[in-house]
Structure formats: structure tokens, C-alpha cells
Write a protein that binds this ligand. Sequence first.
Ligand code: PLP
Length: 397
Amino acid sequence: MISETALRWGGGGSIIRELSAYGAQRAREVGPENVFDFAIGSPSADPPPTLHAAVRRLMDFVPPAELHTYVPAPGIPAVRAKIADYLNRSFSMAYRPEDICLTDGASSALALLCRVLLAPGEEVIIPTPAFPEYWVYVEAMGATVKAVPCLAESFQLDLAALEAAVTERTALVILNSPNNPSGAVYPREDLEQLTAMLSRRERELGRPIYLLADEPYRELVYGGTEVPFLPGMYPDAIYCYSFSKSLSIPGERVGFLALHPEAAERDRLFDAIQGAMRITGYLCVSPLFQLAAAECLGTTADVSVYERNRDLICDGLRRLGYQFPEPQGAFYLLLKAPEGDGRAFSRRCMAEDVLVVPGEEFFCPGYVRLAYCVPEERLRRALPAFRKIAESYGILP
Ligand code: PLP
């Protein structure tokens, strides 16, 4: 019998994919330069030259039998050691190589951890707006999401609401900063308060409440904004990282999770992750890209292009009368729908060949998400279309 759970998540079309298909069709009709696709969060910066140099060197000098073979599921030992060392130097931590587990991007780290940490009836607290795939990972396990809306306008954490959301059924909290889709970065004071509250609740409940720190956008921050390292504040935080955005290699599928050496159930957790990998037929991350990514630790693609894009689009849209919180990180902007309906606003934009995703997809009604990880030219050329849309809503100053 075909799994109803799998059907539930596989049958329906994704709005982002629908928008992209529509964009491709319109590009054939009116020319690609006249279609302004801001739907997908795929990095536009080229990978750094160090990445290509590392791949070339590995291809030339490592025997093919070593490069294309199966490697241990949690990763190549030398790669795990380099990652642990990098985290320790960067964040004053004490990870050991065996605390690191290579994963197929941050997605598989999150999906594996949900599989390992959740049982039917348990609850997962997620501040919204948020990445919708979390719901898939959580609900596939029979657990439920307790969405806790962030503060209006700023999209910062509502600490009182988060505290009120913790119950005896809370198993996990998922935090994503810099945030997709809001571009918000949660400040140190808020994270300290949140982790202090979770530690207190752990003691009261007599069991761990795990915190998944989903940080594929860690390096994409503007104006010197700090991204505090959550596991430094809370041993039951599991760090989920990806090289997709920092090295602009989303298709290569390289990321890792890091278990805090002092996590409450560290050894059982590690064994369960290995088990979840077997259950899902997960063998290993491409050795070529594990090795190449490990050589690039501490380097990134030229992410300054996103800061320039952010400044350009924020300035342009502000002059046209649009409202939005200025993103501090990632490469997304949440634009307020002038009449309060994100879906209607997205459709209105579509009529001008501007493709933006309704905020409703990210549990953020009344907004649309604009991904500005695109060539700068596309942002400039889209401004007249945004002007026309602003005129039609009567918001042009
Ligand atoms: N988490 C967030 C918040 C994301 O936006 C994404 C991708 O867009 C991911 C996780 C997954 O990324 P990947 O699996 O490529 O690392």
C-alpha cells in the first residue's frame, strides 16, 4: 500500500516550483530579460575559486578508487577532524571529530534529527515565519508543530510566547538565524534568555529539550551583525550547517551536524543518527565534495554581492512606498502586501512578470518573500514593474 504520509507531502505542487515553471514559460514568450524571478533561494554568487581549485587538485592527485568510493556514513575521519577543529577555533568549543556527522546538506541533518528525536504526540516549537520543510520532517513522525509567531514588523523572537509554548510534550525547538524568509538575525541577549528558559524547563521536566540550530546562512550577514553560536550557550543545541549557501554549491549536497560533547544523551543520540541513516538508505556524502568543502572552511563565495543587492532593492522599494523590515542576513526580504493578502499580492506581481512567493507559504500571512540572490541587473530591471504595481495599489509617495 502506498504510504499516505508520503503521498501527503509528494502529491501537491509546491508554489515555488509552480512559480518557476510559470516564469520559464513567460521567458519563452516575452524573453528571459523581461521575467523577474525572485522565487527561489538558490545562490547567485559563484563558488569561491578555492573550491574549484580544491576539486581540481583532488581530481588530479587522489586516486579515483579513493575519491569515488564509499566512505563511512558519518564522514571521512580527516574531514570530521577538520570541521571539529574549525568550530573549536571559531567558537571556543570543544567538539571532537566523532561529534561531527556529515550530511546531505542541512535538510538531511534536520530530517534525520527529527526522525531520531520525535515520537507521535510530541511537540516541536518553531518561531514563524519559517522554512516550510520543517513541517514535513516533524509531521512525518506523527509529531506536531507549535508555531510561535515572531514579533510583528521586526520578526524578532517573542520570548514570552516561546516560554508559554513549552509543555511537557515539547521535544524540540527549531531556530533558524539568519532567517529564511525574514532575513532577521536573532541577537545574543534574546538567545541567552531563550536558552536560559529552556535550561530551566529541562530541569523542571527532568529531560532534555533539544534545540536544532539551523544555520545555512550563518556567513550571510550585513553590517557586521553578529550570529551567536547557540551550542556555546546550550549543550542540548545541535548545530546543523550546510555549505549550500556559503560556498554556493546547493546541488552538491554537503553539510554536517555537530553534537555537543556534553549533550545529555550524546552517545545514544549519535548511534540513533547512524541508525536513521541506515533506515533511510543514506550511505555517505560525496567524498570529493566532503574533502573539497573541508579545504574551504573559513572561506565563502563573495557574499558581498548579496549585501549590494539588499541595499539596491531595499532602497528602490522604499522609494516606491513599499513596507518591509530591512533584512540583516540571508538573501530574502519580506515585503508587506499593500492590501494585507500575500497570495493576492503575489498574483498581482505575477501579472507584471514579477515572481515572489506568498508569505502564507512560510506561515507569514500578509507578506510575500522576495529572494534577492539574483543578478543585480534583474533587480534594477524589475523596479519599473514594482513601480507599476505600487501605482495600482496607490502607495507611490
Ligand atoms: N534551512 C533553511 C532555513 C533553508 O532555507 C534551507 C534551504 O533553502 C535549508 C535549510 C536546506 O538547505 P540545504 O539542504 O541545501 O543545506
